[in-house]
Design a protein around this ligand. Structure first.
Ligand code: ATP
Ligand code: MG
Length: 573
C-alpha cells in the first residue's frame, strides 16, 4: 500500500470529545470516525486491525470445535417474549416496528435466536456438544456510550453458544472457551486477568468469568490476590464482615440535634464520631417496591448484590426525595431504621448487626439517634452481603490483603444452564430416548473493545505501538526524500521485495518532509520502520527502527527484506 493513496486522515490535535487515550489515538491515527453517539465508521487501517483480531478469534474458536454461523440482527419480539426478556431487558434494547406494526429488536445478544435455531432441528445426544459462533454487530442503547470503541451502541462482538447434554459437558465447553480466550488475548499482546464476575442481565446460575485487561482507564474495578489465584470483579467479590471495636452504650438510644448534617461526613464532624459508628440508611426503589438498605457509614452499597438478592428489578435506584418524604416523612439525609412502617423491609449488610453502639438518622429533620443497638432498637428482616469490597480486605481464599486495579472487560464466559433451552424448549433425546433440555453456555468477546484495550496498554507520547499480531501493517518504508532518484528507486525496490515475500508493507511515497512522515508513522504505530536516506545508502545500508524500543540498526539494503521478514515471523510465533 502507498501512503499517497491510503485513506488515512491523521490529526495533530487531540480531539476534544475523546477522554481516554485509545479513543484519542484511534481518531488521531485515522482508524475510526464517529457517525453519531456510540456509532463509528472503521477506516482502512482500523478495519485491518479489526479483521486481524477477528482472524485470531476465528482460529481459536475453530480449534475448539466452534462452527461459524451468521445470525440475523433483526429479531422478532415474540422470541424475546417466550424467554420473558422483552419486558425485562429495559431501555438498552433497540426496538422497532415494521410496516405492519409488528415488533422487533436489534440484537444486543443472540441467545433467543440461536436457541430457536437448534430447537427446530437438533434431535439426538449424538449431535452434542454443539458449538456455534458468529462475529457480528451488536446493538445496545447504552446509557452512556463513550470512550470510542470501548462502549459503543453499535459494536462488533464474537459470540459463541454451547449446547451440551449435561453439566459435565457444559463444564468441558466452558473450559475450552476459557482456554481459547486466554490464547486469544495472549496472541493479541494483552496483559489480562480472568476474574469471577456477576451474571447480570443474561442470567444463568452456573458461574461466569470476565477477562479483564488491566488499564487505568478501565470502567470496572477488580480485586485480586497476589498470593493465590483469586480475582473478582468488585461487583462480585465476596465480603467477609469485619467488626469494629466499640464500647457498650451508656443508656438507651436517644435523639440529638444535628442541624444541617445531611451527609455522613457532616454527621461525623458534628458528633465527633467515627464513620464506622454510623449506620448509612438508604431507601431504595426496585421497580415499584420500596425497601430500606443499611450499611456501615464507612462502606459503600453494592447495588448489583442487592439486585441479585432481592430482585431482579428492571430499575433499581435510590428513592427520590419526594418518595422518601412520603414514606418516612423526612429528607434522605436523616433516614434511619427506627420506627419505620411495618411494611417496609429492612435489609442490612452483615456488619450492621455486629455494631454495638451506633448512630443513625431519626427520620426527622436535623435529628439523629445515638447509642443505638441494632436488632434491639430496630428490626432487621434480612442480613446479606450487600457492600462493595475494599482494597486491603482479606482474600476469601487465603486471607492475604487484596489488591485493587482497574480493568477493561474484553470478554465474558457464562454457564447458562437450561434457562433458555427450557423456556424455548430446545431439547434432545438421550441414549435412553428420554427428552432433555440442552445445557447451554454463552461466550462473548468484544472485537472493538479488544482493539481499544490493546492501545490502552501499548502506546507512548508519540502514538500507538501495535503488537505485531494485530498491526494494520507490519512495516513502513520511509524514503526521506522522494525527489532524490536514488532514494526513490531504493525504496521502490525494497517495497517490491517485501511484497513478494508476503510482508505487509506500506511505503510513504508522499512528497512530505521526513519529520512529517516519521510523526505519522509513529502515530499509526507500525511495529517496524525502514528509513531510506542518502547517507546510509552510500554504504549500501538502510535504518531499521523498532517502534517499541526506538532502537535503530543499520542493515544492508539487499538483506533488509529477508531480515524484516524474519523479525516479523519470530514475533508472530
Ligand atoms: P459491560 O459490563 O462492559 O457493559 P457486558 O457485560 O454488558 O459489558 P457482555 O454482554 O458480556 O458485556 O458482552 C460481551 C463482550 O462484548 C464484553 O466483554 C465486551 O468486550 C463487549 N461489549 C459489551 N458491551 C459493549 C459496548 N457497548 N461496546 C463495545 N463492546 C462491548
Ligand atoms: Mg459482562
Amino acid at each position: 500500500m502507498r501512503v499517497s493513496q491510503l485513506y488515512n486522515p491523521t490529526l495533530r490535535e487531540v480531539p476534544a470529545e475523546a477522554e481516554v487515550i485509545s479513543h484519542q489515538l484511534m481518531l488521531r491515527a485515522g482508524l475510526i470516525r464517529r457517525a453519531t453517539a456510540g456509532v463509528y465508521t472503521y477506516l482502512p487501517l482500523g478495519l485491518r486491525t479489526i479483521r486481524k483480531i477477528e482472524d485470531i478469534v476465528r482460529e481459536e474458536m475453530e480449534a475448539k470445535g466452534g462452527q461459524e454461523v451468521l445470525l440475523p440482527i433483526i429479531q422478532p419480539a415474540e422470541l424475546w417474549r417466550e424467554t420473558g426478556r422483552w419486558d425485562v431487558y429495559g431501555p438498552e434494547l433497540f426496538r422497532l416496528n415494521d410496516r405492519h406494526n409488528r415488533e422487533f429488536c436489534l440484537g444486543p445478544t443472540h441467545e433467543e435466536i440461536v436457541t430457536d435455531l437448534v430447537r427446530g432441528e437438533l434431535r439426538s445426544y449424538k449431535q452434542l456438544p454443539l458449538l456455534l459462533y458468529q462475529i457480528q454487530n451488536k446493538y445496545r442503547d447504552e446509557r452512556r456510550p463513550r470512550f470510542g470503541l470501548m462502549r459503543g451502541r453499535e459494536f462488533i462482538m464474537k459470540d459463541l453458544y454451547s449446547f451440551d447434554r449435561d453439566e459435565k459437558g457444559l463444564a468441558e465447553s466452558y473450559d475450552k472457551m476459557y482456554d481459547a480466550y486466554s490464547r486469544i488475548f495472549t496472541r493479541c499482546g494483552l496483559k489480562f486477568r480472568p476474574v469471577e464476575a456477576d451474571a447480570g442481565a443474561i442470567g444463568g446460575t452456573g458461574g461466569t468469568h470476565e477477562f479483564m485487561v488491566l488499564a487505568e482507564s478501565g470502567e470496572a474495578a477488580v480485586v485480586y490476590c497476589q498470593d493465590c489465584d483469586y480475582a473478582a470483579n468488585n461487583e462480585q467479590a465476596v465480603c467477609s464482615p469485619r467488626p469494629v471495636e466499640s464500647e457498650e452504650p451508656e443508656g438507651p438510644y436517644r435523639s440529638v440535634d444535628t442541624p444541617g448534617t445531611k451527609t455522613i461526613e457532616q454527621v461525623v464532624e458534628f458528633l465527633g464520631v467515627e464513620k464506622e459508628q454510623l449506620i448509612k440508611s438508604l431507601l431504595y426503589q426496585g421497580d415499584d417496591k420500596l425497601f430500606l438498605v443499611l450499611v456501615r457509614g464507612d462502606r459503600e452499597v453494592n447495588e448489583i448484590k442487592i439486585n441479585n438478592a432481592v430482585g431482579p428489578f428492571i430499575n433499581l435506584q435510590l428513592a427520590s426525595d419526594d418518595v422518601v418524604k412520603e414514606k418516612l416523612g423526612c429528607d434522605p439525609g436523616f433516614v434511619g431504621p427506627i420506627g419505620v412502617p411495618k411494611d417496609l423491609t429492612i435489609i442490612a449488610d452483615q456488619e450492621v448487626p455486629l455494631m454495638k453502639k451506633a448512630v443513625c438518622g431519626a427520620n426527622d429533620l436535623d435529628k439523629h439517634y445515638i447509642d443505638v443497638v441494632p436488632e434491639k432498637d430496630f428490626r432487621i428482616d434480612e442480613v446479606l452481603d450487600i457492600r462493595i469490597v475494599e482494597k486491603g480486605e482479606a482474600c476469601p481464599q487465603c486471607g492475604t490483603p487484596l489488591e485493587e486495579a482497574r480493568g477493561i472487560e474484553v470478554g465474558q464466559v457464562f454457564k447458562l444452564g437450561t434457562k433458555y433451552s427450557e423456556s424455548l424448549k430446545a431439547t434432545f433425546l438421550d441414549e435412553n430416548g428420554v427428552e432433555k433440555p440442552c445445557v447451554m453456555g454463552c461466550y462473548g468477546l468484544g472485537i472493538g473493545r479488544t482493539m481499544a484495550a490493546a492501545i490502552e496498554q501499548n502506546h507512548d507520547k508519540d502514538g500507538i505501538i501495535w503488537p505485531m499480531s494485530i498491526a494494520p501493517y507490519h512495516v513502513i518504508l520511509v524514503p526521506v526524500n522522494m525527489k532524490d532518484e536514488q532514494i526513490r528507486e531504493a525504496g521502490e525496490k525494497l517495497y517490491n521485495e517485501l511484497k513478494s515475500l508476503g510482508v505487509e508493507v506500506v511505503i510513504d511515497d508522499r512528497n512530505e518532509r521526513p519529520g512529517v512522515k516519521f510523526k505519522d508513522a509513529d502515530l499509526v504505530g507500525y511495529p517496524l520502520r525502514i528509513n531510506i536516506g542518502s547517507k546510509t545508502l552510500a554504504n549500501g545500508e538502510v535504518e531499521l527502527r523498532d517502534r517499541r524500543t526506538g532502537e535503530v540498526q543499520l542493515v544492508k539494503v539487499n538483506e533488509a527484506a529477508k531480515q524484516v521478514q524474519e523479525i516479523i515471523q519470530k514475533s508472530l510465533d
